[in-house]
Design a protein around this ligand. Structure first.
Ligand SMILES: NC(=[NH2+])NCCC[C@H](N)C(=O)O
Ligand SMILES: O=C(O)CCC(=O)C(=O)O
Ligand SMILES: [Fe+2]
Length: 336
């Protein structure tokens, strides 16, 4: 077996191929939530450069690394325009529809894109940029506080298998934080407790009704509110004992009352903090996160609010749409 590869750097020709492809597709569909686009994604992705496709398949099938980067896409800075002030109230399609398609194409080689009815007004492709008034929030739209390490949507059983972040601009080289802990270095006693359902992970603030204006999803927001207070204890580690998966968001977890469980959670949190690395995404990078292996966050920074701020696109990918069938409007609907 080959050793897993961390980065795929596109050649100039490959970048041009991918760019021509996404520009063409952007003229053929109405927006990122276009049902026909979502059906066609895997067919269209077959036109991406073969090396890039093989890299993504290897990453998924080896299931070894917590993250990988595809680097070197062209971002047309003039076409995408200034970094918006808010993700709400944008046109459909946006000027950066081709970049959204690029992210969806990557995702379709790993699984099926999906979104949450309770997050960013139920949009499928999310924007991550600083928003005025939210500087100190523990959300992607914050800035002055470190975004603490987390599994994306750790609280939810249907959370993403892969999370994709695409960088449109990042002039101050603000780093995404990645932590890929060697879980086998934990004490046997702690490992045992972490593999058992001893822990309460609460929904993060991005899923609160007050941050959304979506209509007709009262049931979903009520469920989030219930999940803020229920007693549904889960394991932090799962899968094989030899190479466990992890699900964690210390900031939004309750401190266990049981001293042994508390100590085990502290031990894994400390290990996560000790395993941090900075990855400053460049325009044209797609960061692929294995959401069962990596915890991620973001360094603190000063927002500019002048149209030149750091701007990422984000999409969640599931390998199993069926598990959320009860919540989706139809077999092909993408919002849960
Ligand atoms: N530890 C945390 N800050 N967790 C929440 C992460 C941010 C959240 N995923 C968002 O979309 O804004
Ligand atoms: O901004 C980043 O690099 C990561 C953002 C993030 O983790 C989030 O919004 O959940
Ligand atoms: Fe995140």
């Amino acid at each position: 077996m080959s050793t897993p590869k961390r980065i795929y750097a596109l050649s100039a020709d490959e970048a041009a191929e991918a760019e021509n492809l996404t520009l063409r597709i952007s003229k053929e569909y109405s927006g990122p939530a276009d049902e026909q686009l979502l059906r066609d994604l895997p067919l269209l992705a077959a036109e991406l450069p073969v090396g890039q496709r093989r890299f993504l398949r290897d990453f998924a099938l080896e299931d070894e690394l917590g993250y990988a980067v595809v680097r070197g896409h062209n971002i047309d800075d003039a076409r995408i325009g200034p970094t918006p002030q808010h993700w709400r109230g944008r046109p459909t399609p946006t000027p950066e529809f081709a970049e959204e398609i690029l992210l969806l194409l990557h995702g379709s080689l790993l699984g099926e894109p999906f979104g949450w009815k309770t997050q960013q007004d139920a949009r499928l492709v999310h924007d991550i940029f600083p928003i005025q008034g939210f500087e100190t929030e523990q959300m992607g739209i914050g800035s002055t506080d470190t975004l603490t390490l987390h599994t994306e949507d750790a609280f939810h059983p249907w959370r993403a298998d892969y999370l994709l972040l695409e960088c449109l601009r990042n002039p101050d080289k603000v780093a995404t934080i990645v932590s890929e802990p060697d879980l086998r270095s934990l004490d046997a006693k702690h490992l045992e407790l972490l593999h058992e359902p001893n822990f309460l992970i609460r929904p993060d603030d991005s899923h609160l009704a007050k941050h959304n204006e979506t209509k007709g999803v009262d049931a979903e927001f009520s469920e989030i509110a219930e999940m803020k207070a229920d007693d549904n204890r889960v394991a932090v580690l799962y899968g094989s004992r030899e190479h466990p998966y992890i699900r964690i968001d210390p900031y939004f977890m309750e401190t266990p009352t049981d001293p042994a469980a508390r100590e085990a959670l502290q031990a894994v949190s400390d290990l996560l903090e000790a395993s941090c690395l900075d990855v400053a995404l460049e325009p044209g990078d797609v960061l692929i996160i294995n959401n069962h292996r990596l915890a991620h966050g973001r360094q603190a920074f000063q927002a500019r609010y002048d149209g030149t701020d750091r701007w990422l696109k984000r999409v969640s990918i599931t390998t199993d749409l069926r598990k959320s069938h009860e919540r989706r409007a139809s077999a092909t609907a993408r919002l849960i």
